[in-house]
Design a protein around this ligand. Sequence first.
Ligand code: SF4
Ligand code: SF4
Length: 505
Amino acid sequence: MIRELHAFPGGLPLAHYMEWTCGEESLLQPLPARIVLPLQQHIGLPATPIVNMGDKVLKGQKIAAASGYVSVSIHASTSGTVTDIGDHPAPHPAGITARCIVIEPDGEDHWYDIRPVDEYTTVDPRRLQEVIRDCGISGLGGAGFPAHVKINEGVENAVDTLIINGVECEPYITCDDRLIQEKASYVVAGTRMIGHAVQAKHRVIAVESDMPAAYAALARLVGDDIELVQVPARYPAGGEKQLIQVITGKEVPCGGLAIHIGILVQNVATAAAVYRAVTRGEPVVSRYVTVAGAVPRPRNLQVLLGTPVTDCLRTCGYEPQPGERIILGGPMMGQHLRSTDVPITKTSNCILVQQEPEPAVELPCIRCGNCATACPIRLLPQQLYLDTRAGNYDAARQHHLFDCIECGCCSYVCPSHIPLVQYYRHAKSHISAEERRRDGADHARSRFEARNDRLRADASAETQRESAGNTASANSEYVRAAVERTLARRQARDAGPDGETGSHD
Ligand code: SF4
Ligand code: SF4
């Protein structure tokens, strides 16, 4: 039966510029002189280093462990020596640094002793989740959400439909297209494994209508258990909520998750990574990256994580030119890089070189409504702009700021050249920083109060021990006074030389 497809609101028919890279076989990016692996390449808590400077490590060896439920491990992407654990430039538009583990490769690329899982159909789905977490698999489509968390939610809630997302809707990006053409069997097997883990009733692999070679590669392998669907090429059809709407006709409620309506979405590269993890015990140490735009030899590369962006550009014949800008990601949602001396991470899908556009003068909003028509989430971008520009963040939240997927459709169509998404991103960062600051203050207050309670309890126990040797008729006034004295003694002892109370909690 042919599945009926649905439309999502808004969106844009963008030119795709895929032809330069999707037909060319991918190249293996050479081993770099230095591998820099950020501890946070995913949404959630950064991983915790479990190696020290000077340690010899092997390819695929876990070097940082997941530090919470929403976190994944990090693995050495080649063999070599750990030369630093510290702050290094990270792929971020503000050019900030992030905590990283640095490896000097030994050139051998020797693998760690990795082990496959037994036949996956006989293994408890929870064991599969552990493997997926331990192999460091987070959404490789660019979102970076830990895959095991989504799968766990899928096990907890009945999954009706598993959608494997191969819809690359941003212009220039073809890394998933190439991955499917070259590793279709991994994608199909990974789909079956995730489907088994969450016991999905329906399994769908979706590609865009302008990916005929990828479609053909998959069509040769899927059986009756997997439905292969081509969705119309309209940006941002690859967004999770939009793809769900196109394929099922269902809308994910505002502030809700796909799993709340019985749907689990994973990217095609994530499915391929699950296949590698289960059949070989292989963690995520490399990924496909599209290098496109104004480079002499645009291409898809298979890149070890931690390789500098500069090296990838050099492989494609690029030499820096004045008046150009480098974007990590696509032209709609990517980040402008201040420096190319930053590493490829699990979420880096594209390096795009573009001419710096003529600076556009931001004009007043003329209330044309184009932005609202283009918004695929049915938000009110103009209202969000007024809220965020005025610093009225409560109002912005009420207007569903955090449902904005930062697709850039509103900015793209705005005749007044208002960089709307930049206003939203700034507001989201501001609100998140405020929440972190407030949570931090609450946490510090609770720690302070808990410490005082502990000191009182210790002092009381100490005093009771002291008074046990004294007369049994010691009255409560005496005990309370003794407790206060002991407490004062301890606080004086804990105070620093300048009288400031230190904390070693
Ligand atoms: S598209 Fe630009 S000018 Fe038009 S309503 Fe939206 S913000 Fe205002
Ligand atoms: S960036 Fe946000 S507000 Fe603008 S069109 Fe996309 S989802 Fe809507």
